[in-house]
Structure formats: C-alpha cells, structure tokens
Design a binder for this molecule. Structure first.
Ligand code: URA
Length: 252
C-alpha cells in the first residue's frame, strides 16, 4: 500500500458546500479536459460514439486502475486496505455506479462483492445480463472508515477516476445506484425517490449527444428497507433500462 500523505486542507474543505465545490471542480475539469455535464452545442449533438473513442478502452481502464491503486489524493488512501477501481467489460453498453467500497470490497479490491453486491448480481441476472457484460464502479475508489458517507472533498478527489472510466467505456446507459451516485453524476440534490424512474441526460462531452442515466435505489438501501414496493420500484427502473438497450424485457 502506498504511503499516503494526509491532506492538510481536508479540515477546511469539509466545511465547504458540496454543490459549490462540485460546480467549481466541473468548471475546472471542463476547461482542462473538455468533459462536462452540460448542454451540447447543437451542431455536433448527433456525432456517433465511435468518432470520440480514442485508444483502446481496455488499456485505458487498466491505466486508470493502476493510478487508483497508487492514489493518495485524499485521506482514504491512508486507511484503505485495497483501492477498488471497478471492473467489467471495457466495451460495456451499461455501467453501474455505486457509492463507495465497503469492508468486503476493501478486502478484495473488487466492487460490489458483499451482500449489496450479491443483490446487484441478482438484479443484473434478472435483466438477462451477466456481470461480465457490464462495468461496475463507484463514486469513491476507497472505503470510508466504518462505511460512513463520502465527504465532499473525497468525491471531488475521486471524480477524475470516474470520469476517465466513463469516457474510456462510453456506455449507452449509466445506472446510478443510490443518492450519492445520482447526486454526483447529475449535479442534483433532489431525493433519489424523485430522481429515479426516468432517464436523465448525461453529457460526456459538449460535442456529443447525451447518454442516458437512470437513478435507482442502492441495493444496500433495498436490503435495509426491503418491501415489495421498493423491490418493484427498482425492478421497474431496470426494465426501462433493458428496453432502452433493445433487449427482451423480462415479463415478471
Ligand atoms: N456499496 C457500494 O456502493 N459499492 C460497493 O462496491 C459495495 C457496496
């Protein structure tokens, strides 16, 4: 494990409002890398996705994973056992973005391998897909101690990894699992219960038509608040995703 320096700015940053800090981050990275969650310039809105694919996504993902393993940008670098970059199909049409690794993920260095992961595996199977068909990652690549919520500065530090992964894969659809993923990707503070159920536009790039983002409840929330109603809500969301992918929509 790399020796990670504690960022002395953390105390100051923690007081900052998440939205303000996030907006600032998006503006800066937009300026430097051309990646932003914002409206496209209409003339270029319908360019096919292949035109924007540079390099080999598998190689890019491997490089990003290595950088995540070496990362010490926030305090979590000093408390993790393993960083959890994410895994799956480099050409996935569908990417799931969760919140942050838990204890099992920290132990194994793999995303969604604990109880919530087992439920996610079931959801993916019910959609008629295999785990190897999709890509799975998180807003954070390191486990917050005691599974506490991600801090704004941690989300900001980790955003370049998520953006680089999504840009390398260029999925057609992103599923945001839970409020943290939905709020981070959509720059929205609306409750997940209001965001879920319909697609939202997600812009990789101002020169490209938006991709679709479906927020839904996090599998861990579903485990904690298990009811037919909540299960049905998640399943309805996933059926919309399956239909949009042009795959057979399961009957149940
Ligand atoms: N919860 C998450 O959000 N991500 C994981 O990888 C595991 C549990």
């Amino acid at each position: 494990m790399p020796v990670c320096r504690i960022n002395i700015k953390i105390g100051i940053m923690a007081k900052r409002d998440l939205k303000q800090a996030f907006d600032q981050h998006v503006e800066l990275t937009d300026y430097f890398t051309g990646f932003a969650v914002k409206r496209p310039k209409s003339a270029a809105a319908s360019l096919p996705q292949e035109d924007h694919q540079t390099g080999d996504s598998q190689t890019q993902l491997a490089e990003i994973a290595q950088q995540a393993k070496d990362c010490c940008k926030c305090g979590l670098g000093g408390t993790r056992k393993n960083s959890v970059p994410g895994e799956g199909n480099p050409h996935a049409r569908l990417v799931f973005v969760g919140e942050a690794p838990g204890a099992d993920e920290d132990e194994q260095g793999r995303p969604f391998v604990g109880r919530a992961g087992q439920l996610l595996d079931k959801i993916i199977a019910a959609m008629g897909l295999k785990r190897q068909d999709v890509f799975i990652c998180n807003v954070l690549r390191c486990r917050p101690p005691d599974n506490r919520d991600p801090k704004p500065e941690e989300i900001i530090s980790c955003m370049p990894f998520l953006k680089a992964q999504l840009s390398a894969i260029r999925p057609e659809i992103i599923v945001a699992l839970g409020a943290h993923a939905a709020h981070t990707l959509l720059k929205s503070e609306k409750p997940i219960g209001q965001l879920r159920g319909t697609f939202h536009d997600f812009y990789f790039d101002e020169n490209e038509a938006p991709k679709k983002l479906m927020p839904t409840y996090h599998p861990a929330y579903l485990l904690r608040n298990y009811s037919d109603e909540n299960r049905r809500r998640v399943w309805e969301d996933m059926k919309v995703v399956v239909a949009e992918l042009g795959l057979p929509v399961p009957k149940k």
